[in-house]
Design a binder for this molecule. Structure first.
Ligand SMILES: Cc1ncc(COP(=O)(O)O)c(C=O)c1O
Length: 411
């Protein structure tokens, strides 16, 4: 049994030994990558059952990241959207400003355990790149981060931070120069340097065992929420929300609720994916709403794809949500009806960004603002007494130029 993840077995079984969640997931990779994935799967299985690994990671979560993060009751926000209680899971208060570090610490500890001296990562918004560069500095690992040229333009502050932290940022100018292209470039590079290099994947995507590892490391979010609800004597929650790019903060939020089984059977889980400029504009990242099952980046899941199965370019105002696919466990949760996934447009996200900023003095990431944008709809559905939890996946400092360009704050 896992020592790290106390809830992680009963009600829902998770992936099978080959990494399939129902029909989704798996390992669809060239033969050259297979040995590395098999080695990684074995190393992770061992680490997952090792109390010393769990203790080291927990110590870093507490003393380095600043966990547990608060479950904050946002009273003025609740009043503004017409809900009884809105509880914000403050992942924006994690060291480096987002949930991404929960995962990079776990994967880099594993890299060290496997004797690797060098890590690589892909990044979209730059948060995963910064978290990986931070963790590499902490653990004395060499670090290179692949980033699309469009994201380099949109997220220049994070690019500079990664360089300050000693990482090499490698620009990727293929395709739209965004996250999907960065993942492709990182995977290609990993094949060439697999002997000494560990690929730290930043979301719950990619070939097995990545979606499982990322889910496990991010499940600290949902496990803490459940414990904090009990501490606050909150017996019933109407809905729990998170934004979905590749799906790591959302799976870390939802999985403990799903695996808790009957206890939360009447709590609705809602994922907000990026509708971008609108579902019918062709400029969208809504892979669960508009996509169909296919293969990309070594796994089978819902994808925005053309008739030949080539991934389409995804678009969102937020660099962390413009991925044309989604983690395979989300695809499974959608089909099973465990989670409802709702598209949220750029405009709705910006409105929610502004509302949280003005009512609570908390500037959220635009990614997280997509989850906040679900609140008015949930108020309509569940009424003015309802309690809703939202995972606030990150802070908005990195997005200031974008919201300024969009005309917020009177500029
Ligand atoms: C703050 C923040 N939230 C959410 C995301 C989306 O990623 P995921 O769906 O893996 O949580 C990102 C990605 O960069 C991010 O930076």
């Amino acid at each position: 049994m896992s020592t790290l993840f106390p809830n992680a077995q009963e009600a829902y079984f998770g992936p099978d030994a080959e990494g399939f969640y129902g029909p989704y997931g798996g390992r669809f990779v060239p033969e050259t990558v297979m040995p590395a994935l098999i080695e990684l799967t074995a190393a992770y299985k061992e680490a997952r059952e090792d109390e010393a690994f769990a203790a080291e990671l927990t110590d870093l979560y507490v003393n380095y990241v600043g966990r547990e993060t608060p479950l904050y009751s946002a009273k003025r926000l609740a009043e503004a959207v017409g809900l009884g209680r809105v509880l914000l899971k403050r992942e924006d208060l994690c060291h480096t400003g987002a949930h991404k570090i929960n995962n990079t610490l776990g994967q880099c500890l594993l890299a060290k355990r496997m004797g690797k001296k060098r890590v690589i990562a892909e990044t979209g918004a730059g948060q995963h790149g910064v978290a990986t560069a931070t963790t590499a500095a902490l653990m004395g690992l060499e670090c290179a981060v692949f980033m699309g040229v469009e994201d380099i333009r949109r997220q220049s502050l994070n690019v500079y931070k990664m360089r300050l932290l000693g990482a090499e940022v490698i620009p990727v100018d293929e395709g739209s120069g965004t996250l999907a292209n960065a993942v492709t470039a990182a995977l290609r590079h990993w094949v060439e340097r697999v002997e000494d290099t560990f690929y730290v994947l930043g979301s719950a995507v990619g070939p097995h065992p990545y979606p499982l590892m990322v889910r496990d490391f991010q499940s600290v979010i949902g496990n803490e929420i459940i414990a904090q609800l009990a501490e606050k004597n909150i017996g019933h929650v109407d809905a729990v929300c998170a934004c979905v790019g590749g799906g790591s903060n959302a799976i870390g939020t939802f999985y403990p609720f799903v695996s808790a089984g009957a206890q939360f059977a009447d709590t609705e889980l809602v994922g907000a994916e990026a509708a971008g400029k609108g579902l019918d504009t062709g400029e969208t990242g809504a892979s669960l709403t508009l996509g169909s099952p296919g293969i990309m980046h070594g796994f089978y899941s819902y994808l925005l794809q053309d008739e030949a199965g080539n991934p389409l370019e995804a678009y969102s105002i937020s660099a962390g949500l413009d991925y044309p696919g989604v983690g395979p466990e989300h695809a499974f949760f959608k089909d099973e009806g465990f989670v409802r996934y709702e598209p949220v447009s750029d405009t709705e996200a910006l409105k929610a960004f502004e509302l949280l900023t003005l009512t609570e003095g908390i500037i959220p990431a635009i990614e997280s603002s997509h989850a906040l944008a679900l609140l008015p709809g949930l108020a309509e559905k569940y009424g003015p007494q309802a309690t809703v939890v939202v995972t606030l996946s990150g802070r908005g400092d990195k997005d200031i130029d974008i919201v300024r360009e969009a005309g917020l704050g009177g500029e």
